[in-house]
Ligand binder design. Structure first.
Ligand code: FAD
Ligand code: UDP
Length: 389
């Protein structure tokens, strides 16, 4: 009898499995319908021997020392700060130019052939910024900071491709992920901790799950496991609407098709990622793993991301009506005893890896405060058995 059946071997499921096993002595079965652990962070060597991320580039960054310290128990790190260029049409020449993204001082100076200072670019942006009484949508966020021309160049097309929605139809939290800067900082993230697991994510997950109280079965769906594996409680990290048989209708998710390519050259891009905001290009971005992993190899591998309505659910879609539908599922989840919902799809939140680790650690504390550990169960069962004798 397992104390826990954990559905999903990604960050949410694996972090919780380890805590339950190591801190409480609980016996845990982790299953995943995919043929591997790691969830969307899974990485592996491709046919040429280049380390790639099967589900698109995963760059670790966090401001949480607690999260960083926790993961550091299972992996050494390689310091890495991600940089991104965007290829856009020059307002001066009409030709394609590659400039830093997030928009910063150099982006503006290069695009417009200017040599503004930090202070001057603040005024330049303020002159173009549109007055928005209340910033509500993903369009509001950008036009209220940099005006419509930069919005059209960098955000409108990219967002319409990525989400099949206009930025005016998306919650402000989506484009708020990407800041605007007036200095020359060209890092994509500014978090205090930015690093990649030195031997890759999959190796890190192997170590997280390598506890004698944890069993792992990949290639197994919950539909099968729920009958085949005796268990007391469930931790669900898949889509919340799926757990409830889509009772209230399908929650919208956005998918991607990943086009992986190996190129017979050492380097392809000047930075880890190149964004293509234009709607004339079908994909949103291409990423080159060797920048991110630091691997040396005579060839290089890249992934193009093609947004898609079909396929695995990767992104919850942040907008009011979807949140309202999620709330109905959340009410069901709250009323379901002995099942805990954790993770990006189970809580319908556009969370990064570090936020999922934080969520899983917080969930562990709640479980630990309310569910007796295995030892207590055993004692209770022994008592019952003894009473039966
Ligand atoms: P998942 O990793 O999705 O794991 C859930 C697992 O549950 C899956 O493996 C699934 O197969 C399994 N499952 C679902 N239903 C069932 C079932 N019925 N039976 C059995 N198994 C089931 N975050 C960052 O911090 N930095 C990045 O650079 C970054 N880049 C990203 C790029 C892309 C393209 C995407 C899609 C996401 C990116 N993320 C990034 C986010 C990151 O992937 C997530 O935050 C994280 O992986 C979520 O972990 P999770 O455990 O909640 O979910
Ligand atoms: N975005 C954009 N242009 C860009 C980069 C991002 O319009 O060049 C918008 C787009 O809506 C995207 C969101 O900002 O979905 C968040 O970008 P991020 O890079 O954080 O996306 P993720 O890595 O989660 O796919």
């Amino acid at each position: 009898m397992f104390d826990w059946l954990i559905v999903g071997a990604g960050f949410a499921g694996s972090i919780l499995a380890e805590r339950l096993a190591s801190q409480r002595g609980d016996r845990v079965m982790v299953i995943d319908r995919r043929p591997h652990i790691g969830g969307n962070a899974y990485d592996h060597l491709d046919a040429a021997g280049v380390l790639i991320h099967r589900y698109g580039p995963h760059i670790f960054h966090t401001n949480s020392k607690q999260v960083f310290d926790h993961l550091s128990r299972f992996t050494p790190w390689r310091p890495y700060e991600h940089r991104v260029l965007a290829e856009v049409r020059s307002p001066l020449t009409g030709g394609a130019v590659r400039v830093p993204m997030p928009i910063n001082l150099d982006t503006v100076n290069r695009l417009y052939g200017l040599s503004l200072s930090e202070h001057e670019v603040e005024n330049w942006m303020a002159e173009r910024a549109e007055r928005v009484p209340e910033v509500k949508t993903s369009e509001d966020v950008v036009v209220s900071k940099v005006g419509r021309e930069l919005y059209d160049l960098f955000f409108r097309g990219y967002t319409r491709k990525q989400w099949a929605l206009d930025p005016s139809e998306l919650d402000k939290s989506v484009t708020s992920r990407v800041p605007t800067r007036t200095n020359r900082d060209d890092r994509y993230f500014t978090d205090a901790f930015q690093a990649m697991p030195l031997h890759g994510y999959t190796r890190m997950f192997e170590r997280i799950l390598a506890h004698p109280n944890i069993a792992v079965r990949t290639g197994m769906d919950y539909g099968q496991a729920r009958w085949a594996i005796p268990h007391r409680r469930v931790i669900w990290t898949g889509p919340v609407d799926e757990y409830f048989g889509f009772r209230h209708g399908k929650l919208p998710y956005r998918s991607l098709r990943f086009e992986h390519r190996t190129l017979e050259r050492e380097r392809f891009l000047p930075t880890g990622t190149l964004n293509y905001p234009s709607e004339e290009v079908p994909f949103t971005r291409v990423s080159e793993y060797k920048h991110i992993t630091g691997q040396s190899h005579p060839f290089t591998s890249v992934t193009y991301e093609h947004p898609s309505a079909e396929g695995d659910p990767y992104y919850p879609i942040p907008r009011a009506e979807n949140q309202a539908l999620y709330k109905r599922y959340e009410a069901l989840a709250d009323a379901t005893p002995d099942v805990w919902f954790v993770g990006r799809l189970a809580t319908y939140r556009y969370y990064n890896m570090d936020q999922i680790v934080g969520q899983a650690l917080a969930t562990f504390n709640r479980i630990d405060a309310s569910v007796p550990p295995r030892a207590a169960n055993d004692t209770a069962e022994q008592r019952l058995a003894a009473a039966g004798d």
